[in-house]
Design a protein around this ligand. Structure first.
Ligand code: NAP
Ligand code: ZN
Ligand code: ZN
Length: 353
């Protein structure tokens, strides 16, 4: 075991603070990574504050992790010391169920082991995430990072990126389709970039008129202000696909009305009760669907990173030091980030030196 420093939440209401814990010595299939950057996902905040009522403390959040490999076990094949590597939302799964066999470890029937706020497979130890100096992860759950990309802006691809990429691919988004991305935050800005790169006509659907210019810069062909009823009416029944990234319960009915017949809106943001109620008629009249999607499997995570390498796609980020992580959380609540905070983990190493 090695001692590792990080920042942890001790309960739902206190700020994140320095915390020391242990990581395992790399086993034969393990990769040990020095963490260079870690993105701040809205899910980190939800879990640190126990919004989903399943938080385990102490909690070291962080699942948008990139860094450099410092050691590998004897059986590790795809990575070696010195390589760039990335870890996302999961660090293990059963590897035997139908989901795992289909490379969809995030839907493991025996429970995915999440990067933090989770028990490891022994059921005894808590997992600790990327707001820390180092992480040790089994090779299957480590991705290779294209060397041509700006590493700090790669970090958010590991959650915001894959969570938007996976449904766009699964629902076959491509040329000739009108695609709406709802909510311009960390996930939404990646949704625009990917939908555009996949050849769709992209409409940013936002509650913030002030983000219209940015949305166009990010690749949106049009901007639709969701609070403008007349504009929403003008786009009724015209969308082939909607990706909804809004993090809180909200009225889905006006968005369902935007879908063409037989098309789907996929939710990735709301994990709690949906309210107000969805009107059955809005779905029935037009055979429409509301679906959900969680991150993406390790195979598609690698495909997404390789696509980003080829198309030069990274997140738009603002760098922060670990010492200001609590202020970053407050700004995230106020919808004040363009469009992802990334922690420079050298700030943690300097603090300890
Ligand atoms: P974020 O950066 O805070 O962005 C969310 C955006 O939603 C905001 O920028 C805002 O965009 C819009 N919004 C916020 N409050 C709203 C409201 N009351 N009504 C309508 N729109 C609102 O969050 P994020 O990091 O992108 O994460 C989004 C959600 O996805 C979070 O709940 C997170 O936990 C979840 N998530 C899910 C998965 C998964 O696997 N399914 C993975 C990662 C994250 P506008 O200003 O443009 O309206
Ligand atoms: Zn996330
Ligand atoms: Zn499984």
């Amino acid at each position: 075991m090695t001692e590792v420093r990080g920042y942890a939440a001790r309960d739902a209401s206190s700020p994140l603070a320095p915390f020391t814990f242990e990581r395992r010595t790399p086993g034969p299939h393990d990769v040990e990574i020095e963490i260079l950057y870690c993105g701040i996902c809205h899910s980190d905040l939800h879990q640190a504050r126990n919004d989903w009522r399943n938080s385990l403390y102490p909690m070291v959040p962080g699942h948008e992790i990139v860094g450099r490999v410092v050691a590998t076990g004897a059986h590790v094949k795809k990575l070696k010391a010195g390589d760039l590597a990335a870890v996302g939302c999961m660090v293990d799964s059963c590897r035997q169920c139908s989901a795992c066999n289909d490379d969809l470890e995030q839907y493991c029937e025996h429970g995915t082991t999440w990067t933090y706020n989770c028990k490891d497979r022994s059921g005894k130890e808590l997992t600790f995430g990327g707001y820390s100096e180092k992480i040790v992860v089994e090779e299957r759950f480590v991705a290779k990072v294209p060397e041509n990309l700006d590493l700090k802006a790669v970090a958010p691809l590991l959650c915001a990126g894959i969570t938007t990429w996976s449904p766009l691919k699964h629902w076959n988004v491509g040329p000739g389709q009108k695609v709406g991305v709802i909510g311009l935050g960390g996930l939404g800005h990646m949704g625009i970039k990917f939908a555009k790169a996949l050849g769709a006509h992209v409409v940013m659907i936002t509650t913030s008129p002030g983000k219209a210019q940015d949305a166009k810069k990010l690749g949106a062909d049009e901007v639709l202000i969701s609070t403008d009823a007349a504009a929403m009416q003008a786009h009724a029944a015209s969308f082939d696909f909607l990706l909804n990234t809004v993090p809180v319960p909200h009225d889905l009915n006006p968005y369902i009305a935007l879908l063409k017949r037989d098309r789907a809106m996929v939710l990735v943001g709301v994990l709690t009760e949906l309210e107000p109620p969805v009107q059955g008629g809005g779905l029935i009249m037009g055979r429409k669907s509301v679906a959900g999607s969680a991150i993406g499997g390790m195979k598609e995570t690698q495909e997404m990173l390789d696509f980003c390498g080829e198309h030069n796609i990274v997140a738009d980020i603002e760098m922060v030091d670990i010492q200001t992580v609590n202020e970053a959380y407050e700004r995230l609540i106020k919808n004040d980030v363009k469009y992802r905070f990334v922690i420079d983990m050298d700030s943690l190493r300097k603090e300890a030196a």
